[in-house]
Design a protein around this ligand. Sequence first.
Ligand SMILES: Cc1cc2nc3c(=O)[nH]c(=O)nc-3n(C[C@H](O)[C@H](O)[C@H](O)COP(=O)(O)OP(=O)(O)OC[C@H]3O[C@@H](n4cnc5c(N)ncnc54)[C@H](O)[C@@H]3O)c2cc1C
Length: 682
Amino acid sequence: MATDTTAPADPAPEPPEAVEAAPASPVPSAPGSDDPKHPQPAVDVPDLRLLLDGKYAEVRDLVRTNLAEYASILEEQETLDREAFRERVKEVVLEMAATGQTGMGFPQEYGGGGDVGASFAAFETLAFGDLSVLVKVGVQFGLFGGAILQLGTQRHHDAYLEDLVTGKLMGCFAMTETGHGSNVQALGTIATYDAEAREFVITTTGPEANKDYIGNAAVHAEVAVVFAQLEVGGQGHGVHAFVVPIRRGGDAAPGVRIEDDGLKMGLNGVDNGKLWFDGVRVPREALLNRFADVSEDGTYTSDIENPGRRFFTMLGTLVQGRVCVGGGGINASKVALAIAVRYGLKRRQFEATSETEEELLLDYGQHQRRLFPLLAATYALHFAQEVVAGQCHQAFSGEVSDDADGHKFRRELESRAAGTKALGTWHATRTIQECREACGGAGYLAVNRFTALKADTDVFTTFEGDNTVLLQLVAKGLLTDYSTEFEEMDQLGMVRFVAGLAVETVVERTSVHKLFERVRDLLPGGDQWDQEAGVLDSDYQLAMLRFREEHILGGVARRLKRGIDSGMNPGEVFSRVQDHVIHAARAHTERLVLEAFVDKVRAMPDGDNKVVLGLLCDLHALSLIEADRAWFMEHGRLTVVRSKEISRRIGSLCRRVRPVARELVDAFGVPEEMLRSPELIG
Ligand SMILES: Cc1cc2nc3c(=O)[nH]c(=O)nc-3n(C[C@H](O)[C@H](O)[C@H](O)COP(=O)(O)OP(=O)(O)OC[C@H]3O[C@@H](n4cnc5c(N)ncnc54)[C@H](O)[C@@H]3O)c2cc1C
């Protein structure tokens, strides 16, 4: 994927056949089976699992116990009809809620656990099981509950939180419309204030302004948090959220029309539906008024003057949903890998190295090549998710200031959450498919879980923000250095801003000369830094990713500027550069993910587990470089010789992972009941 058009520095000369330097980094590289001088490290599975489970090991274990308790749901997903399965999913969700598992992020005074970080751990672990249950939990407690908690004030908390935490009050989060999903600032639903009646009137204004895909709407929700354009005294104030009853005694409330979205590709235990509002009246207090309010006489007030900024701030408080979906995708990948690796250790095909016995699948180089880089990426994403969840916990637990630094922290968190969600959910789609194929025909049988895993996780790339749209958000944050002004701009404003003011900074920051200076600080070797360092040196690997990220970003900024300078329409300029923009965001997020992995390994106490994770970390880093080697070669950062060396190294790292592969998937702690297929995996 080569999109950068800027010329590289002088191409580096081809070095002689690479002789690998000793790793300078404290991330150790594991000796392995093809290195007779070093014994193969053994994995201490309980210890590694503790590392993965982290601070919230107890929470994760509670969820594991609950998953095992309700394991029959995996089979019921296949045997019950849609209506019955939806009811069963609701029942399981409510029973899990009774254990406290789903309310961990809510304040204790309303029956919650008062720990945002615990709620991420619980949600991620739930992704080992049936994903309709996971998504129903996400809808009820994350989206609906999150909107009441984050956008509402005391009166809403008092009125709804206690009942929604237990599931006694079921609700939905009605933002998307048939006409607008990604561009929610352009929603068509309106909420007009009637000062005489002291009520808001909610109306669906056109054929595509109905709410759509709304989880819990088709059957179970009694109330909806409805996002609508607020109009007071004939003046528009942008999108705000309102609590609107949509059902009474099981029937649609007066003025509300509800339709079922029907059969979906997956997640059929969740009742998604459409909603129309025909002049539905709700009291003035129904406005979730944390960021803006309307007085009885119809005066609109908000501490945040700019409507764009206000909307961004509102959306920013809902970032937890995105963090959860990313974590859910990463954990669903663990299930697929656990099944495929264990199948590979049991299934034999063809006599290859012996005449008397067929070879285990996992002993084939290609089988290792297709599964182990994905295993390594899953570990990397797990640690990256730990970082983003930790930062989110900080931001929502009053640990981040309200000043400019706190503001930047929040913007960077939103960007990190968007990037990790995009990479984590794309990773799930890819990994689940690869693991399905790695299990051959057996992988195609529903009993072996891939049918549901594939169908249910597919949409993770779309909801809670379409991945492609999210990566554009990441890139815009990078281009504008998370400036406050950015929140106040529409897309055209942003392009003008970048092309004008910001481009100088970005171009200056990312000039090839500056990049070299910075990388030189990281690595010895002067201008030859990319030739001198060993490919298993994590500083080298990080320097490569940082160089790519900044180089691409500089290229984007320059292209935007050139387009604007030539008089082209800003929207057209941005559109033409979009592939480059996405590449920049991906490169940035991949660097953050690798950094999280490297940091984790460096912080581990010495021992075999550290050695093995160091090896996985190398495998992940080299796989990233290999996947974009055309770019690195085009930009003079990878010689043919070194590129081949990297591919060779990946093969040898895979061979070193092979003896501990089972332990590495066991450490994920996926309950045996969730793997379901004893004949398949042994
Ligand atoms: C199963 C399911 C459950 C859902 N649950 C809920 C819910 O409970 N509540 C709720 O409010 N919503 C929900 N949604 C809606 C979901 O959030 C939206 O579908 C999602 O935000 C994408 O919006 P869209 O479908 O309109 O796609 P679009 O925005 O129309 O995107 C379509 C395609 O166009 C591309 N695209 C869009 N804009 C750009 C651009 N500027 N540049 C380049 N490419 C672009 C996208 O990448 C995408 O590939 C759910 C959806 C599904 C399928």
